[in-house]
Structure formats: structure tokens, C-alpha cells
Design a protein around this ligand. Structure first.
Ligand code: NAG
Ligand code: NAG
Ligand code: NAG
Ligand code: NAG
Ligand code: NAG
Ligand code: NAG
Length: 415
């Protein structure tokens, strides 16, 4: 036991360590696992102490657990070359991992970072970390995922991010390769710079109940990825060509809410087999939002488009001129108005003025002749949002004039 403690030498090699270091040997102890007889390092804090983990040169250590502390720093090369089966950072106020801290650490069965109020991964922190069965990040907040924070990690069986909040993800924040399953669950990625999520040579990518506020051209880069699923997610803006890929078999967005689907949002994708876009709600779309998906180029693609709801106003009048989603359907037949899921868009028709600007959407065959006017009003404009929509769309002047006329008529009638 004493020998092992001796082996865990405390090397105070890093710069900032001294001023803020707590007595490492009081917190970190090398113990022996009674079952396996293997030594492991345990750093348990009692009073949220701040400390810097000293370099470990006892190569027989197979497990490290750091728990219940204040500010913890893992300095440059401190864990280099260890044959660690398990690494666990749990319940910390702040965790800072400095560059190359875990270089040449390989064959890890589980690396867990959980319950960290402020995660601060410095550029190249994980360079040289490879061959990991499970990489788990859970209940962690990071104000910025810096450039190259989780980059150069390779060969991971399961990469799981759960219940986390990342305010800003910089370029190459997550640049990982050779992954079997990449899952992000219930996690917020507020602002994603271009190339912030770059997955290479990956089998399955699943985002479930995630939030993405802002994206950019190329925020999501998938190279040699088999399938990508977004389920029950919330997107603020999906920027033009936000998703990039080389041949990708499956791309799917289902049960999600999209505030603004920018023109040619899917333009960066190269799809091989299946495109799924079902049960989504979209506030703002453009005539060209889907342009590179609904093209003859993709006539062989298995297109699963169904049951999406849109804000029904003149902003979607272009859907009426879109033909044949596949051999049997049009986009119109498979789309609905927000709040009226039982009614497909086909029951409406856009009314154009003489300049071919859309004036309103009108019910095709209103039940009673007298209620035509009323229908126009209800489908066209029922709340304050509608004025904004009107202003944003072409031909609003005409509609405005039309509505004024309508109001005057009604007033005259009332009088
Ligand atoms: C740990 O460091 C933080 C600042 O990073 C400080 O506010 C806190 O008081 C320190 N805690 C201890 C126990 O020294
Ligand atoms: C999540 O982590 C925070 C510390 O950042 C902790 O206070 C909280 O209890 C954790 N939540 C769960 C559900 O474990
Ligand atoms: C990733 O996997 C491929 C083969 O699937 C292999 O050739 C390549 O060396 C791996 N890359 C790394 C960094 O392990
Ligand atoms: C990526 O973003 C950076 C700044 O955020 C910008 O300078 C660069 O031009 C962008 N690259 C592409 C390809 O859009
Ligand atoms: C998006 O970025 C790519 C480079 O990655 C560039 O070629 C393309 O022009 C950009 N598209 C837009 C719409 O900015
Ligand atoms: C179109 O309809 C035909 C027969 O009605 C059916 O066999 C085929 O599977 C349908 N295609 C799609 C894409 O739904």
C-alpha cells in the first residue's frame, strides 16, 4: 500500500498549479480494488476543494475517479500513456482539461464526465485518446465548447451526450472519427459555428430531443456516415446548407419543430437511399427550402414525406405549383396547417392578383356562399402574427387594400 502511494509521485510540473493547488495527497489516494487486486486512484473531496491533478506515473493504475470537488484541473500530459479502463469525473463545480492531458491513453472501457456545472475543455485536450468503448458526457454545462475541444478522438463504440447545455460550439468542437454510435439526447446546442460537429466514418448518428438555436452553413458535417436521425428536436434556424455530407444512406428529421427552414437547407447533403421528413412543424419556409431534395436527381430516393404542418399564409403559395413528391403524392396532399392537422393543404387554394402575387389562401369549396368572406378572413389572418407575415411577403399591399375594402364593406353593412 505504502509502496503504491510512493509510486503515485506528485510531480508539480505545471505552471499555474501551485497557487491554487490543494494538497493533492490528502484528496487523491491510490487504493487497491479488493476484487481484482488492481490499484486505482480515487480523489474524493469533502469540502469542494480546488486542486490540480498531479501527473501520474504509476502505470499499473487502471481506474481514476474524481468526485465531489470544486475546481479541478487536469494539466498537460498528466495522464499520458496510462492503460486506463475507467476514467470518471463526477459532481464537480468546474472541470478544466488542458491540452494533451490524456494523450496516448487507449483501450478505455468507459470515460464519464457527469454532473459538472462548468466544463472547460481546452483545445486538443483529447488528442491521442483512442479506442474507447463508451464516452459519456452527462448533465454538463459548457459556456463554450472551444475549437478542437473534442477533436481527434477516435475509435469510439458509443459516444453519448445526455442532458447537457452547450452555449456555443466553435469550429471542430466535436470532430470525432470511427464511431459506431453517436447519440445526443436532451441536449441544447445554442449556437453552432460552421464545422462545429464533424463526424467521420460513423455508423449511426441520433439526435433526440435536442435544441439547436443557431446553425451555419456546414454546422453539421457527416463524412462516411451511414445514417443520421433527428427526432423530436427543436431548431431555431436551419441555415442554408447547414448539413453537409458525402454519400449518406439515411437522413431523417421527424417530430421536430423548425422555426425557420432557410432556402436550400438540405443543399449540402448527398443522399443515397432514404430521406425522411415526417410530423414536423415549420413556422417559416421558402419556395427553395427543399429545392435540392425534391429534384429529378433524387427520383430514385425513397422519399418519406408526410404529415408536416406549416403556417398557412401566402408564404407557402409556392406549394401549389410543386408537382409530384413521388409517383403518387404531392407535397400539398401530405402537408397541413398548424392547428388544423386533420385538414390537408389541398382544401385551400391561393388567390392571386393580376400581378401574380398571392393575396390569400382560400377554402376551395366553402360550405355556404355567404361565408366565403368569413373564410378568407379566418384562413388569411387571425392574429397579430399575420400582419408581420403579410409585410414579409410579396403582394402585401394588394392584400392590405383588399382587406381595407372588406372592412369598409362590413362596416357599411352594419350601418
Ligand atoms: C475554488 O475556486 C473558486 C474560484 O475558481 C473559488 O471561488 C472557491 O472559493 C475555491 N474554493 C476553495 C474551497 O478554495
Ligand atoms: C446535474 O449537475 C448539477 C451540477 O452541475 C447538480 O447540481 C445536479 O443535481 C445534477 N442533476 C442530476 C439530475 O443529477
Ligand atoms: C478509422 O478506421 C479506418 C478503417 O475503418 C482506419 O483505416 C483508420 O486508420 C481509423 N482511423 C483512426 C484514427 O483510428
Ligand atoms: C466559417 O465561419 C468562419 C467564421 O465564423 C468564417 O470566417 C468562414 O468563412 C466560414 N467558412 C465557411 C466555409 O462558411
Ligand atoms: C457553404 O460552404 C461551402 C464550403 O464548405 C461553400 O462552398 C459554399 O459556397 C457555402 N454556401 C453558402 C450558401 O454560403
Ligand atoms: C404508389 O402507388 C402504387 C399503387 O397504387 C404503389 O404500389 C406504390 O407503392 C406507391 N408508391 C409510393 C411511393 O407510395
Amino acid at each position: 500500500m505504502n509502496l503504491l502511494l510512493l509510486f503515485t509521485m506528485l510531480v508539480l510540473g505545471t505552471t499555474s498549479g501551485l497557487d491554487y493547488n490543494y494538497d493533492n495527497s490528502r484528496i487523491c489516494k491510490t487504493l487497491t480494488d479488493p476484487n481484482t487486486d488492481e490499484p486505482f486512484l480515487e480523489c474524493m473531496c469533502e469540502n469542494r476543494e480546488n486542486f490540480t491533478v498531479d501527473s501520474i506515473i504509476d502505470f499499473s493504475i487502471t481506474r481514476i475517479i474524481i468526485k465531489g470537488c470544486g475546481d479541478v484541473r487536469i494539466p498537460f500530459a498528466s495522464l499520458t500513456n496510462l492503460k486506463l479502463a475507467e476514467i470518471e469525473f463526477v459532481d464537480l463545480n468546474r472541470l478544466t482539461i488542458l491540452p494533451f492531458a490524456l494523450s496516448a491513453v487507449q483501450g478505455v472501457s468507459a470515460l464519464k464526465i457527469s454532473d459538472v456545472a462548468e466544463l472547460n475543455i481546452i483545445q486538443h485536450a483529447f488528442v491521442g485518446l483512442y479506442n474507447i468503448d463508451q464516452f459519456i458526457i452527462r448533465n454538463v454545462t459548457a459556456s463554450t465548447v472551444m475549437k478542437d475541444a473534442f477533436s481527434a478522438i477516435s475509435t469510439v463504440n458509443q459516444f453519448l451526450i445526455e442532458d447537457c447545455i452547450f452555449e456555443k460550439v466553435q469550429q471542430f468542437g466535436f470532430a470525432i472519427q470511427n464511431i459506431t454510435n453517436f447519440n445526443a439526447i436532451n441536449t441544447e446546442f445554442h449556437a453552432m459555428e460552421n464545422y462545429s460537429l464533424m463526424l467521420h466514418n460513423t455508423k449511426n448518428v441520433v439526435f433526440e430531443s435536442c435544441v439547436f438555436h443557431e446553425t451555419q452553413n456546414g454546422s453539421f458535417m457527416f463524412s462516411f456516415v451511414d445514417s443520421v436521425y433527428y427526432k423530436n428536436c427543436h431548431f431555431g434556424e436551419i441555415e442554408t446548407t447547414a448539413f453537409h455530407s458525402n454519400p449518406l444512406n439515411v437522413f431523417s428529421i421527424t417530430d421536430s419543430y423548425i422555426e425557420n427552414l432557410k432556402p436550400d437547407a438540405f443543399g449540402g447533403l448527398d443522399l443515397q437511399e432514404i430521406f425522411v421528413f415526417t410530423d414536423n412543424t415549420i413556422d417559416i419556409t421558402y419556395e427553395t427550402s427543399f429545392i435540392s431534395i425534391f429534384t429529378p436527381q433524387y427520383s430514385e430516393l425513397d422519399m418519406k414525406y408526410c404529415c408536416n404542418t406549416f403556417t398557412c399564409d401566402c408564404n407557402i403559395f409556392w406549394m401549389w405549383s410543386l408537382k409530384d413528391l413521388d409517383k403518387n403524392n404531392t407535397m400539398l396532399e401530405e402537408s397541413y396547417c398548424i392547428g388544423k392537422k386533420q385538414k390537408p393543404l389541398t382544401i385551400y387554394k391561393p388567390i392571386m392578383d393580376s400581378y401574380n402575387n398571392c393575396m390569400t389562401l382560400e377554402l376551395k369549396s366553402p360550405p355556404k356562399k355567404q361565408s366565403v368572406e368569413a373564410n378568407k378572413i379566418t384562413t388569411d389572418c387571425r392574429n397579430n402574427d399575420c400582419l408581420l407575415n403579410d409585410v414579409a411577403s410579396v403582394g402585401w399591399k394588394n392584400r392590405f387594400a383588399f382587406r381595407t375594402l372588406l372592412c369598409i364593406l362590413i362596416i357599411i353593412k352594419l350601418l
